[in-house]
Design a protein around this ligand. Structure first.
Ligand code: NAD
Length: 421
């Protein structure tokens, strides 16, 4: 990737979207910078009695449309720059879905695999002690992200509730069901992507039995495999961090899920049920109709974008396609359903969790699915129409769609024209 911060790279999308709309200069000035990024050093007692400190951040990128919302990542390579880029993406993702939120994100620079369970709990609680005055159900609402999970969210909600002296489940989403979590959160990201593809199938030229390749077989990857397979499609290849397996006739999903459940890689199924071993890097070039990146950022780059044979790329991961690779895919006529739309089912059901916590009334699963489907289809359709009307990629259309909403909110406070006249 060329010079510049991660946020600078992300901001290219804002400039691109702004070319297709008439927005006041105030809007761009406001969205070019994070509103506040707070840094803290978390000190915890380790199991051996020593004290150790970890760098941590919370960014509230923009809160014009509501309290900021975004996950907390525990990762050894997290930086303030990365947190701001992720918070910028969240600002646009929440606007894409018309959720009453701005965008935020947080991180701790730590390798959680090197901590004991008790150390992980102390670190999670220390994060909330450091940022309790910044977060809150009406201010900034965290959620899980890379290497954080529902148990960590439960500890964090508990710590916050103790600090403010009252039960406050709505401060954090992605909690365990028993602690105020929502039904349907587990597969929400994949389900949102699934509803989107199903709704736009005709426009995308997708008919009958489709061949699907999935990169990354964690939460998002496993659920999209299950949903697409139960809709009659064929999973021809999947990968995880250790490699990939393929089968032109279709992989046996039960075998793959059993391997992951027992802590093994998908590659351990090679040789069984027609599964053949495949180099993990070759997965993006597998013959298929839909390629689903559901692993990490920057997985489809200038060096492998040419090999992509899929007709559609469904970005369940955040930022899996670099901007250079995006151009290559577009020239090849491959339609990319972009992350800020395709994986927004996750934050949408997080929003449902927050609403249910505030109401103290919990919805049945059918209601969660139906509400999610309606929002995915409504926003997916609107973005598709923008893409056609302006003759731009679906990604640019998603940014245009979100920017129009953000601009309307920012301009409602008055613009230069208003104040100068
Ligand atoms: P996860 O940790 O459950 O799964 C990640 C998977 O990627 C694992 O199977 C891992 O082995 C695999 N992986 C790692 N490196 C790989 C590599 N080099 N090649 C192939 N696979 C590799 O994470 P998740 O929750 O499924 O999230 C995946 C992506 O989706 C992330 O980008 C995340 O930000 C995004 N996302 C997730 C959610 C959600 O609700 N889970 C919501 C929005 C976005």
């Amino acid at each position: 990737m060329s010079e510049g911060s991660l946020l600078d790279h992300a901001l290219v999308r804002l400039d691109e979207a702004a070319k297709h709309l008439t927005v006041d200069a105030d809007v761009i000035e406001k969205l070019k910078f994070a509103r506040e990024t707070t840094k803290a050093r978390l000190m915890i007692r380790m199991d051996d009695g020593s004290r150790k400190s970890f760098l941590a951040w919370r960014c509230r990128y923009d809160d014009t449309r509501g309290p900021t919302k975004g996950g907390i990542r525990f990762h050894p390579e997290s930086t303030a720059d990365e947190v701001e880029m992720l918070a910028f993406w969240m600002t646009f993702k929440c606007a894409v879905m018309n959720l009453p939120y701005g965008g935020g994100k947080g991180a701790v620079q730590v390798d959680p695999r090197k901590l004991s369970k008790a150390e992980l709990e102390r670190l999670s609680r220390a994060y909330i002690q450091a940022f309790a005055s910044i977060i809150g159900p009406d201010r900034d609402i965290p959620a899980p992200d890379v290497y954080t999970n529902s148990m960590i969210m439960g500890w964090m909600a508990d710590e916050y509730s103790q600090i403010v002296g009252q039960a406050s489940p709505a401060v954090i989403t992605g909690k365990p069901l028993a602690l105020g979590g929502s039904l349907g959160r587990g597969d929400a990201t994949a389900r949102g992507g699934f509803y989107l593809v199903r709704h736009l199938a005709d426009e995308l030229g997708l008919k009958g039995n489709l061949r699907v390749a999935i990169q990354g077989f964690g939460n998002a990857g496993q659920h999209i495999a299950r949903l697409l397979a139960s809709d009659g499609h064929t999973i021809v290849a999947v990968s995880d961090s250790e490699g990939a397996v393929q089968s032109a006739k279709g992989l046996d999903l039960g075998r793959l899920l059993a391997a992951k459940d027992s802590g093994r890689s998908v590659t351990s199924t090679a040789g069984e049920g027609g599964h053949e071993l495949l180099d993990g890097n070759a997965l993006v070039g597998v013959e298929c109709d839909i390629l689903v990146p559901s692993a990490l950022e920057n997985m489809i780059r200038i060096d492998n974008a040419h090999s992509v044979k899929a007709r559609i790329v469904l970005e369940l991961a955040n930022g899996p396609v670099t901007s250079e690779a995006d151009e290559v895919l577009e020239k090849k006529g491959i339609v990319v359903l972009p992350d800020i739309l395709a994986n927004a089912g996750g934050v949408t059901v997080s929003y449902f969790e927050w609403v249910q916590n505030r109401q103290g009334y919990y919805w049945p699963i059918e209601e969660i699915h139906e509400r999610l489907r309606i929002i995915m289809e409504r926003e997916g359709r609107a973005i598709w129409d923008v893409a056609k009307a302006k003759d731009v990629s679906v990604r640019t259309a998603a940014y245009v769609h979100a920017l129009a909403r953000l601009a309307e909110a920012i301009e409602a406070h008055g613009t230069q024209n208003y104040f100068a006249s």
